[in-house]
Design a protein around this ligand. Structure first.
Ligand code: DP6
Length: 353
């Protein structure tokens, strides 16, 4: 049997998580495409390392599985079905996936159970590795821009929000009248204030979500407020793109809070409805707002599909916010932890390989 082109190759990429300012919630029915455009900030500390090795061509071995996966040094068969589903989907674009067997080694900088979604960072890092393989397979070298766009296109197939994790600082995903594509995300112009912004993630509960994002998106298909929500999100997206460029943080911060609550309102009013916020989430929201109104410190919250808060604030108020966070932790109780993150420069390939 002749050796195949990719046998023995190994690549390693790191990709960060991202936090949406305008939320992706709801898909074009039956497709892995967003019902509205979304925009996010790229994080820095919360990231995933994925190394992908091509073990052997399928023809040369019978008994090894298609995909073998280690997470933090432990074999993790429970993670494999999601990756297999992704590889099957992506093989429409990357047919070589069917011709090889793969070994994936992955780890996060944050605890797996920290309540921070790792699907965005892990799918983004995995997609970058796949595009490395594609270059070898096709004998091409993409420009940096093309490479990231192609990785974003593939990452979307694994998890929609992952396609925004490919770019420094800020990214937008989804079609609007005058910008963007549903197929991949693109970088967005942003003012220097956002490039040095902090995100303190208040983890009130690190347990696995009661309802997966995938199921939540599905409930939007028949949602009574679905159309109104998509219109609202598109309007908010348009404002956000302008305010990101201008550095209008107070305007954007208020919109970001509205988006977070709108996302959770959709969950609460789905059929069946569900509630992911916890009592400490509400307490934290009230304390953040009360602090902002009292001091004028521009700290704003957002939420993903879970109970934990992302507190966003500019670098110049870092010292006072640190004091506020210490008090907040005391008010919320002993089980609350805060992960210190900031806006970052996007994914990178590990050196020395
Ligand atoms: C609330 O990207 O996790 O974080 O495409 O089904 O994998 P799938 O969904 P996913 O949804 C993320 C939803 C969100 C908002 C956002 O990141 O825009």
């Amino acid at each position: 049997m002749t050796q195949k082109k990719l046998d023995g190759l190994k690549f390693t990429w790191w990709a960060p998580s991202n936090i949406a300012l305008v939320k992706y919630w709801g898909k074009k029915v039956g497709h892995q495409l967003p019902a509205n455009p979304s925009v996010s900030l790229t994080l820095s500390t919360a990231k995933t390392r994925v190394s992908l090795s091509v073990v052997k061509s399928v023809e040369t071995t019978e008994d090894t599985p298609w995909i073998d996966l280690y997470f933090a040094g432990q074999q993790m068969p429970s993670f494999i079905p999601k990756i297999e589903k992704f590889f099957k989907y992506a093989s429409g674009e990357l047919p070589f996936l069917n011709d090889y067997k793969f070994l994936l080694k992955t780890e996060n900088t944050f605890p797996h159970s920290a309540g921070i979604a790792s699907s965005a960072s892990s799918m983004a890092a995995l997609a970058l590795n796949l595009i490395e393989l594609e270059q070898v397979e096709k004998g091409v070298e993409y420009s940096k821009e093309e490479f990231l766009k192609r990785a974003s296109f593939i990452a979307r197939m694994g998890s929609g929000s992952a396609c925004r994790s490919l770019y420094p600082f800020a990214a937008s995903w989804g079609e609007s009248d005058n910008f963007g594509s549903d197929l991949w995300a693109e970088p967005v112009d942003c003012h220097p204030i956002f490039k040095s912004m902090y995100d303190s993630i208040v983890v009130v509960n690190s347990a696995e979500k009661k309802v997966s994002s995938r199921a939540g998106h599905g409930l939007m298909d028949e949602h009574f407020y679905g159309k109104a929500r998509y219109h609202h999100a598109l309007t908010n997206w348009n404002y956000s793109i302008g305010w990101l460029k201008e550095g209008a943080w107070d305007n954007l911060g208020n919109l970001v809070e509205e988006e977070a609550l709108s996302l959770h309102a959709m969950m609460m009013t789905s059929r069946p409805g569900y509630l992911l916020m916890e009592p400490q989430t509400i307490t934290a929201i009230q304390l953040v707002r009360e602090y902002r109104y009292r001091t004028g410190v521009p700290i704003y919250f957002t939420l993903d599909a879970g109970p934990n808060l992302h507190l966003l604030y500019p670098q110049d108020v870092r010292a006072e916010v640190q004091k506020f966070l210490e008090d907040l932790k005391k008010d919320l109780g002993a089980n609350v932890t805060i992960i210190d993150d900031k806006i970052g420069t996007g994914p990178y390939k590990e050196d020395g390989l």
